[in-house]
Design a protein around this ligand. Structure first.
Ligand code: FMN
Length: 197
């Protein structure tokens, strides 16, 4: 059984509609550690040693966040800048993250069709996430396709609940090693994995 760490970052969680639903059952799941970064560090004073220890205790690391300015909320950048130290995360002696899986779960106001060369956001989600993908790669992690909930301003409650169920299946599937990673790696989004079901 794989141990999963969800690093959750939402700076305005009290106003959240989508993420509030996505995470509502997560605490009850065995083998999943849910860590709300803004709740733990309202002043952004990240405890580096404790974060590194958490990472070392888990096999799958998830950044779960709303898409903000084509990236993640600020605390995840601060977390990367402080926690991913040379000699621990990367460099010739930095192997603490080696072979762990990395995944982003994100919610985006823009529709999927807006995220392409001819769409108004001009780039795909995968292109915009390349700094995260390359960071994972530098740390010798396995970068999985992102799980994305698009169109958050207009999406119905039923659709959000469907995404929530798929997210729970994603977590239990990774935890119980029931997901074929080679097959998953051929997908643009993790969501495509559930379309065939
Ligand atoms: C500061 C800010 C920046 C945002 N930037 C983007 C963006 O770059 N792309 C996008 O699709 N949506 C963007 N959005 C929309 C959020 O992603 C969306 O409101 C959020 O995912 C909805 O989830 P929630 O209901 O849990 O807050 C932004 C919203 C805010 C407040």
């Amino acid at each position: 059984m794989k141990k999963i760490l969800v690093l959750f970052a939402h700076p305005a969680f009290q106003k959240s509609r989508i993420n509030k639903i996505l995470i509502q059952d997560i605490d009850a799941m065995e083998g999943i550690t849910f860590h709300d970064l803004y709740q733990a560090y309202p002043e952004m004073d990240i405890d580096v040693k404790s974060e590194q220890q958490l990472i070392e205790e888990h096999d799958v690391i998830i950044f779960h966040h709303p898409f903000y300015w084509y990236s993640a909320p600020a605390i995840l950048k601060e977390w990367q800048d402080l926690v991913l130290q040379h000699g621990w995360a990367y460099g010739s002696h930095g192997e603490s993250l080696k072979d762990k899986m990395f995944l982003q779960v994100l919610t985006a106001g823009g529709e999927q069709k807006a995220y392409c060369k001819k769409g108004y956001n001009r780039f795909t989600i995968r292109q915009l996430l390349t700094p995260f993908e390359q960071t994972a790669n530098l740390c010798k992690m396995i970068y999985l396709p992102p799980f994305v909930v698009h169109g958050t301003h207009s999406i119905s409650k039923e659709e959000v609940l469907k995404h929530r169920n798929n997210y729970m299946d994603l977590l239990s599937g990774l935890r119980d090693e029931k997901i074929n990673i080679d097959d998953l790696m051929t997908k643009e989004y993790f969501n495509e994995f559930f379309l065939s079901k």
